[in-house]
Design a protein around this ligand. Sequence first.
Ligand code: MG
Length: 372
Amino acid sequence: MSAPTNVVLLGSTGSVGTQAIEVIRDHPDDYRVVALAAGRNGEALAAQAAVLGVPEDRARLAGDQPDVLADLAALPEADVVLNAVVGFAGLPATLAALTHGKRLALANKESLIAGGPVVAKARAAGGGEIVPVDSEHSAIYQALRSGQPGEVAKIVLTASGGPFRGKRRAELAAVTVADALKHPTWSMGPKITVDSSTLINKGLEVIEAHELFGVDFDRIQVVVHPQSVVHGMVEFTDGATIAQLSMPDMRLPIGLALGAPQRLDQAFGAIDWTTLRSLTFELPDLEAFPGLELAYAAGRAGGGAPAVLSGANEVAVEAFLAGRIPWLGIAETVDEVLQAGTGNVEDVSDVLETDRVARLRARTSIDNRAAA
Ligand code: MG
């Protein structure tokens, strides 16, 4: 029997991090956690380290020292780096893992979106590979095995539609933070749950799919599928559509990202066909959820636009969660910041600067909105 795969787990106390630990603990012969990092929750981190037998100096809080994430991602003994950090803070770890030739199990979509061209360079130079943890992209990754790259006609990402599916724009003016945090099918952290309610999460996933699979934006479609059972589909040139189905359970894509192409020997989210009745599909309402089109536009514009979209959105979501702007203000803020200009990104310093300016502009826009 071969030695277990060494996993570095970044963002260990969040939703994906804790589920990854469940998967790893169920497969001790296959996987071993060699390092952990969390943002600020030192108590939870220490408890995880004790359970997993991770030494103290390898269980680190990254809150005020962002270098910690990149240092752990570059550890010589690491085989797989699972990046489940929330937001743009995940970028240094993504770059370090790829530069050092690791497998990057990527749950932090923001780093790939904001740093697209820079991440692609790091991947090419270091020989690392990215395996998506995001459920939709895991589905696409699986479906792509059914044909050759030149045979892909279209990628279809499904969206649950979030808690406000079916509501018209006028009805969305007064929704609260609590309303936005009630996701119908997935239990996730607050940032991504709000992003799901605005469909900006799906927009970010469109850009993520473009970066991961090299398919242009005209061939990536979003379909609302409220049951969240079909996670993603690939249509091939002969008209065949291959989909991946399972009940919503992140442990399935986490397990696949750790070991792909090998599958886990344990089922997560297997479908019970005696109770599953219907799967429905509809088109997204772009008037009520303008965030999706903003993301397509930013993706097509390229350069610094995806970084601006992602950075401005992070600031706007924080302001919404803090009760400073209404829900409709999230997409309005992002739109305003995108219109202020996006520039280009050639290297990491450009990405950092683009993100910094976008956040500054978003804060100004939010302050002006609050003062008005
Ligand atoms: Mg997703």
